[in-house]
Ligand binder design. Structure first.
Ligand code: ARG
Length: 588
């Protein structure tokens, strides 16, 4: 379905052409003086030079061609040569009808769906998720849903940190604490137990303990590195123990991500590409891309146009060990083989930007990816506390994600139950749903690359540019529709009509921006554009609602048209919040 601005521009272009001018001058945009008109065209100004004519003369001639227009109710040529326009009620009403009928409310299918892989989440096993993991999950999930909605083939991969030094640290510490575990008996040839020899809480305690000790104790560190080596070189018992670490962690991660309404198609980790590394290294050497520098194997990635130093991409350390780079490059190779992706999107802290620049250049130079594969780094900023510094607990420690969610749930519960008699269980459930909208909207409404301040009071407010405000608007619509139904009305049969008031027309014009907004959110990888769209839409709805006595309207046809409009607003809002990764309750 065509975008409303394109339809309007089409009409204007025809008029330019009919008046003898270049039709491309007829591009229309939303008015930047809404007090004067709804849309504007500055083509007469642009054409003045080309046609050696005063802009106002061109504007007058074009306006004269539009006196009987079915699209424009008003086209005014004003000095020095602007065209100020309003559209007809019928035009907007018809657009609403088409939008309701069209699949996906008018978002068109891509000519050829792209194959897209999104790398997001990026947790490290055996470590609790903390606030630093929130943004990748929330933004990545939304980017995935938007791309899928538009019609592309999308795979979301969590890319867990599950292979490097932390694994050796945990195993070494387990060996000290439980030396009798059969996994450490290298002469053992039997089956290993299916029950893990630890719980998630033990694991979470062990890792920071071991990490700290390794920094103070060289021998301890040495032993841990030897464990990592044994794991990576495939010693049976170490692999079996590692499998337990993964299983216990993944179960916990799944629970946590589920609470965030975040889902991955692939639960691959860095370990998934371990066996591909020797082949990749070989290929890079043979191709003449990689060379030894100070004992390490590197690929140069600097370019002439660089204004800052871009160091070589290190493929293997001097001791032959793989690095973070190595697994990322091998993962690109694997994804290329599995999906032939048109696009790879990485949703990672923006402080890793230079690192990804190196990885992308290296992948491009060594032809690990197809020539036309786009590699996009979607770097996000930091979530700060009210003091403007990275968000911490009250005690100054790193905040666990679970606790952050608990805190916002509690605050939401308090707000919902404040001064009201409510069923405790229902209120808890509603609080959870609304709190998630507060958390996600608070994050997504900012451009990803920007830092933002986590402000629990603002995020949970029912007023302003917040998730709860959007949900409140949806719930308000649902309650009107329910009342209409209770009074015997038939919602499904209600038909849309041309707007009969200003606020109704404004609401329709906001709704009509859906397909253009979603498309922009996809091409620019920008979920915040959807937030901006629904915030404007919710405002336009609430304005309409305050101006219109829907339930007491005597004219049944008019009332029915409003009901149909409400259904469309509800559906578009609910579709939009689903793209952001949250939902609305029935009541609140
Ligand atoms: N686990 C990494 C970290 O905690 C993030 C992974 C990001 N994704 C990637 N493909 N490198 O920093």
């Amino acid at each position: 379905m065509k975008k409303i601005l394109d339809l309007i521009s089409e009409e204007m272009k025809n008029a330019f052409e009919a008046a003898g001018y270049d039709r491309e001058l007829g591009k229309v945009s939303i008015s930047n003086r809404p007090d004067l008109c709804e849309y504007q065209c500055n083509g007469a100004m642009a054409g003045a030079k080309q046609y050696k004519k005063a802009p106002i003369m061109i504007a007058n001639e074009v306006a004269a061609k539009l006196t009987d227009s079915k699209v424009f109710s008003k086209v005014e040529a004003v000095a020095p040569g602007f065209l100020n326009c309003d559209v007809t009620a019928e035009f907007v009403g018809d657009y609403m009808k088409a939008m309701k009928e069209a699949p996906k409310f008018g978002v068109e299918e891509p000519e050829k769906p792209l194959e897209i892989v999104i790398d997001y989440g990026g947790p490290n096993v055996a470590k609790p998720l903390h606030v630093g993991h929130l943004r990748s999950a929330v933004i990545g999930e939304s980017v995935k849903r938007i791309a899928r909605f538009v019609g592309h083939h999308v795979t979301g991969d969590i890319h867990m940190g599950d292979w490097g030094q932390p694994m050796g640290l945990i195993m070494n510490e387990l060996k000290i604490r439980k030396p009798d575990l059969v996994y450490f008996d290298e002469s053992y040839t039997g089956e290993y137990p299916t029950e893990p020899p630890f719980t998630i809480s033990e694991l979470e305690e062990i890792y920071p303990f071991a990490s700290k000790r390794s920094k103070e104790d060289a021998e301890y560190k040495e032993n841990a590195m030897s464990c990592t080596y044994k794991l990576q070189s495939g010693v049976r018992g170490y692999r079996a123990l590692w499998n337990h670490i993964i299983a216990v962690s993944v179960a916990d991660l799944k629970r946590n991500y589920k609470n965030l309404n975040v889902e991955f198609d692939l639960w691959n980790g860095e370990s998934a590409v371990h066996d591909l590394i020797p082949g990749m290294v070989d290929y890079m050497k043979k191709g003449g891309y990689a060379y030894v520098s100070d004992g390490a194997l590197v690929v140069d990635v600097k370019e002439e146009t660089d204004t800052k130093e871009v160091p070589p991409c290190m493929i293997l350390k001097s001791d032959g060990a793989a690095l973070y780079n190595t697994t990322d490059l091998a993962t690109i190779m694997m994804r290329e083989e599995q999906f032939h992706p048109d696009k790879l999107i990485y949703v990672v802290d923006k402080r890793q930007e230079l690192y990804f620049e190196q990885v992308f250049r290296c992948a491009r130079k060594t032809k690990l990816v197809g020539e036309n594969t786009e590699m996009k780094f979607l770097g996000f900023g930091t979530m700060n506390g009210k003091d403007g510094k990275p968000f911490k607990t009250r005690e100054g420690g790193v905040m666990r994600l679970e606790n952050l969610i608990k805190e916002i749930n509690e605050e939401m519960f308090r707000k919902i139950t404040d001064n009201r008699e409510v069923d405790e269980e229902e209120a808890r459930n509603t609080a959870r749903i609304v709190a998630l909208s507060a958390l996600k909207y608070g994050d997504l409404s900012n451009q990803a690359s920007k830092d933002y301040i986590f402000d629990i009071d603002r995020f949970t407010s029912f007023e302003g540019d917040t998730g709860p405000y959007i949900l409140y608007t949806i719930v308000r619509i649902k309650s009107i529709l329910n009342k209409y139904k209770e009074n015997g009305g038939n919602i499904e049969a209600a038909k849309l009509a041309a707007p009969t008031s200003d606020s109704e027309k404004q609401l329709m014009m906001e709704l009509a921006k859906f397909n253009a907004g979603i498309e922009a959110a996809f091409t620019e990888t920008a979920p915040h554009k959807i937030c901006a769209y629904i915030y404007d839409l919710a405002n336009a709805f609430n304005h309409f609602y305050h101006e219109t006595k829907i339930m007491t309207e005597e004219d049944k046809e008019k009332q029915e048209a409003w009901i149909a409009l409400l259904v469309l607003v509800r559906d578009v809002l609910e579709t939009s919040i689903d793209l952001l990764g949250f939902e609305a309750p029935e009541r609140m």
